[in-house]
Design a protein. Structure first.
Length: 264
């Protein structure tokens, strides 16, 4: 047998052995789930927050996409600071009836909405069905769907789709709250980053409606330019836009900053 063929067989066998051993290696490091998604490998593991409370994290392609509490009494509460900022602003609205969340991920914010805004119906757009499967298996989304999905009180509707397309298909003035928690490469929020996207949003918000977006970006430097362009676009279309900075003391650090714009 030629030498190159032997080398190929050995290399292939080594690769298969590594992939077979990978789940065991990950469990040894505390990872309870490893799975491929549209965006890359997904890992789920348990940890603790700053107060020592047990939390569960979903990491997709090297980025933390969702975090939730493990304690049943805390599962509807929010771990992430930027989600708490969004929840505070939603709580200030006068009886919001319908919300759209683009980029559901582990559905942390929809869980909070359903628990704390009992009159609200929540539509969720998540493009990756494998992420939703993980959320059901490890992040307690299955419990929430049983209570609030079609078989429950009907206040939660999850669609596997492109959130931009779902927004365009919505009727004018459909929502009191629209949340964009999706990432899109170097642009903080994909097709909703400029004036065209802002106008589409404005049309689908009811008077007094609220738009909230997670702008994952540093605050200074070349990498921050796209975020500041987005904030400027919403200022021009909505007549107002506020940026709540996650870490103003570390302006060069990548952070989850919240864009807030209100209609009217």
């Amino acid at each position: 047998m030629p030498g190159w063929a032997i080398a190929l067989i050995v290399s292939t066998a080594a690769g298969l052995a590594f992939h077979a051993a990978l789940p065991h290696l990950l469990r040894w490091r505390g990872v309870s789930l490893y799975r491929r998604t549209m965006a890359g490998p997904a890992l789920v593991f348990d940890s603790q927050d700053d107060d020592g409370t047990a939390v569960r994290l979903l990491n997709v392609a090297g980025t933390f996409q969702s975090i939730c509490y493990v304690d049943p009494e805390l599962r509807d509460e929010l771990v992430c600071v930027y989600h708490r900022t969004m929840a505070e602003r939603i709580g200030q609205l006068d009886r919001p009836a319908r919300a759209l969340v683009i980029g559901g991920g582990g559905c942390s914010l929809p869980k909070w909405m359903l628990a704390h805004e009992p009159q609200m119906h929540v539509d969720v757009a998540e493009i990756d069905p494998k992420v939703l499967d993980i959320a059901r298996e490890r992040l307690f989304l299955d419990d929430v769907e049983r209570e609030h999905g079609p078989a429950g009180d009907g206040r939660l509707e999850i669609s596997v789709c492109d959130g931009w397309r779902m927004l365009l298909d919505a009727e004018p003035e459909s929502y009191d709250v629209i949340v964009n928690d999706a990432f899109s490469g170097k642009r903080p929020i994909g097709k909703l980053d400029g004036e065209d996207g802002a106008r589409e949003l404005w049309q689908r918000l009811r008077e007094g409606g609220l738009y909230l977006a997670n702008l994952r970006s540093p605050l200074e430097g070349t990498a921050a330019e796209a975020m500041h362009e987005t904030v400027g676009a919403y200022e021009r279309v909505f007549g107002n836009a506020e940026l709540v900075e996650e870490a103003p003391e570390e302006p060069r650090r990548l952070g989850n900053n919240v864009l807030i714009a209100r209609k009217g």
